[in-house]
Design a protein around this ligand. Structure first.
Ligand code: GLP
Length: 240
């Protein structure tokens, strides 16, 4: 695992955009997308490079990490809607090739199996961007998630619902259930990029990078991965 301590969120965004740009210039690029505030600077930089430098997403296929269960795709806080607003609507990717688990599917377990199979069918994700929750979760794999789990329905912890309440009118509106790529699924991506900024992430980053490989800190699976890069600012690195 490579840990890169950056001086600003903008520098992290530029590094992430460099990696994505290289993948996008290859044949049949498959990019992994994440929601949350951490990836936003990188998406802003990718949009800028699309507009100013002609970086093209025209041949890309994208897979989102996770989705709320029971929230309509038209809801502004569904991850399907969020990723459109933050990236898809601003670049030349074909929206039909931007995949996310369907949180409204009749049979959620079957939907998760279908999603994993769709990722496998394209040969896996070339580069997967990851934020990290304050409890060390990635995607929506909460602490004690199986290290080999595949995409499946999960129940959110109270901590994560509180962390995400800022996107909803009240915490009561935050869904209890989600669909998320499993830790085993995430590990099939060829390159994992984890980004974190701010002192609030310092403990989670320290546990992920220097703690034991353990289900207690789902992000510690990066230690198992042959090609994982962690981009952090000074504050998020302060526990290292
Ligand atoms: C959510 C998402 C995660 C994300 C986390 C941290 O729980 N499911 O993918 O990493 O939030 O979000 P933020 O970057 O806003 O701190």
């Amino acid at each position: 695992m490579e840990v890169v301590i950056c001086s600003s969120a903008e520098q992290i965004g530029a590094h992430v955009a460099d990696v994505y740009a290289e993948v996008l210039r290859g044949d049949d690029p498959v990019i992994g997308l994440a929601t949350g505030s951490s990836p936003l600077v990188a998406y802003g930089e990718l949009i800028r490079r699309h507009r100013e430098d002609g970086l093209s997403f025209a041949h890309a296929t994208a897979f989102l990490l996770d989705e709320y269960a029971g929230l309509a795709r038209s809801h502004p806080e569904s991850y399907h809607a969020v990723i459109r607003r933050e990236l898809v609507d601003h670049v030349d990717i074909d929206p039909a090739r931007v995949h996310s688990p369907d949180g409204e599917a009749h049979d959620l377990a079957e939907e998760c199996r279908r999603y994993d199979a769709a990722i496998e069918a394209v040969g896996g994700v070339d580069v997967q961007l990851l934020g990290i929750g304050t409890d060390g979760h990635i995607g929506f794999n909460e602490p004690m998630s199986s290290l080999s789990s595949r995409t499946r329905p999960k129940t959110l912890t109270q901590q994560t619902r509180e962390d995400n309440a800022r996107f909803f009118d009240s915490i009561d509106d935050v869904p209890h259930h989600v669909l998320t790529q499993g830790l085993g699924t995430i590990r099939t991506a060829h390159h994992l990029l984890l980004v974190a900024t701010g002192a609030g992430k310092a403990d989670a980053v320290a546990a992920a990078v220097e703690g034991p490989l353990a289900a207690r800190c789902p992000a510690s699976i990066l230690q198992l991965h042959p090609h994982a890069t962690v981009f952090v600012d000074e504050a998020a690195a302060s526990g290292l």
